[in-house]
Design a protein around this ligand. Sequence first.
Ligand SMILES: Nc1ncnc2c1ncn2[C@@H]1O[C@H](COP(=O)(O)OP(=O)(O)OP(=O)(O)O)[C@@H](O)[C@H]1O
Length: 568
Amino acid sequence: MPSILIIDDEDNYLELCRRYMPEHSFLPPARNYRETAAALRRYAGQVDLVLLDVHFDIPDVELLPHDKQPLLARGGDPAKVFERLRRSQGLYILDQIRQSHPDLPVIVMTSRDDLPLEADAERLRAEDYTYLLADDYLDARALKLQIDGILAQRERHVAAASEPFYWGNSAAMIGLRRRLGILARGRLPVIIQGATGTGKSLVAREFIHPRSERAGPFVAVDLSTLPNDLMAAHLFGVVKGAYTGATSSREGVLARASGGTLFLDEIGNLGLELQKSLLLVLQEGAYRPIGATKELQTDIKLVVATNENLAAMVRAGRFREDLYMRLNPATAVTLPGLRERRDDFQELLEWFMRRVTGEAYNRDLLAQYAEQRDLPIPGPSDVLTVTVGRSIPPRGDARRMHVILHPSSFKLLQEFDWPGNFRQFEMTLSNLLTFTLVDLVDRPERIEPEDLGEAGRPDIIPILPRTVSDLLRPMTAPSVTEAPDDDIAIDGADLARLAIVLRPGESLNAVSCAVERQYLEHLYERCVGDLGKMGEILLNDAGAGRKIQLRMNQLGIKLRRLKRRGDA
Ligand SMILES: Nc1ncnc2c1ncn2[C@@H]1O[C@H](COP(=O)(O)OP(=O)(O)OP(=O)(O)O)[C@@H](O)[C@H]1O
């Protein structure tokens, strides 16, 4: 049951609320700022909403501000000064609440026509401003509407935060979510388009499948990684003896996904022959495993994803038009890339940053950091606050740590190109947090007091612009020019050639990791395992050895193996 704190010098609103809203729990009221501060401390983390009166008929000593000298020194009648303070006391209290509870929803109530005060309340981010009419029924109804509206919105927020896919609040994304919800429940196939890393697989698995209300499983096949000659067997299954090597019968994914959802990623890679077979599945629910004499039936919800323009493939004769038409192209949904989501970039950043604070590796570092600074170690379900901007959150709940993104860090991230979209974004934020925590744990002397906004605030984890640019730089401009093929002599001492084997359809991410892995291994050998020297070369920082080591771990490089190789 949500808990509501009423801050008022009289009991009439409390009685009204208790009578008309038995579904909510109203905490003992606070009559002035001192009692408010005590109540917020006593019920830390349990107050869902505050109802705050504006006018307080209380003794002079209880009035805010504590120091009234500057107001009295301006001259004028002291009685009038105190009267003015009484008439707007609620806003002084709100100002104080905002210092320690920037996000707590507050409804300001008044029985007077105080328009100028409404503007102040808005500036102090009051959720609502209510004029009461001294009519119990009407007043209770107005308050109930506002309270229920705010609490429902909070619940939606909490629910949205626990969704694995971040939709954001832009009209375009809300529209997209609605549309996908409708398509999920229908029987027709769904086409999801979008560049790499825009979340096509995630949407199919976590959004469409659960909403399709089908009892069967979700089965995904990435057609870009499946060799052509294995594709038919994988999709349709094989009967024993169908070809040499088919030593036993095997079910295909069409059988496994029956009753559920089949997700075909990179549908553009499906060969023309198999396209014909898939068409039969869509038309009649029928298919024939390789080597079988009889057709089998399946019942799947088909979701396909593509990075390519299927209509253009149809025009070029590479995709069957009849299959394309069956895939329901009129309702194809395109997931926008990160660059197209400038409007909600800040919320995206906060959401993904919160998510990476939950990764096991970062959790361990956070625990080390907390232990070092005598902070309570965050539990597995504790969510860290993430703040973008210059304002340092007030010291409040001691259990909280704050990840702060300096405005310049924000700008660097916002202006970056993000060709790998959310996949690249999430990895980068995870690295940013890891590198920042490693610096804080191992080399706190590198953090300047001004980075923390307030010296000695151990609960602040600042993401500094230099850490961001260090990480983005290698992804921005190629620092090495590709060697023209044969006509350059490889001088073993200074130049090296990296070679990677690419499978068709390899993702950008896999390619860049392969290159990075080789380069790091090469440099490790050149530096004879001196990670400090590598830090100097790669990040212009001889103290960044642990960062390099972490990155090598993340890329799956076994340092022990390299060391043994070096020793040999
Ligand atoms: N809107 C989003 N909210 C949360 N996470 C997202 C979102 N979009 C992408 N991701 C993250 O990005 C990663 C890549 O997502 P996913 O694999 O679904 O992309 P994709 O479009 O299918 O990429 P590809 O075309 O390369 O297969 C996922 O691990 C997911 O965590």
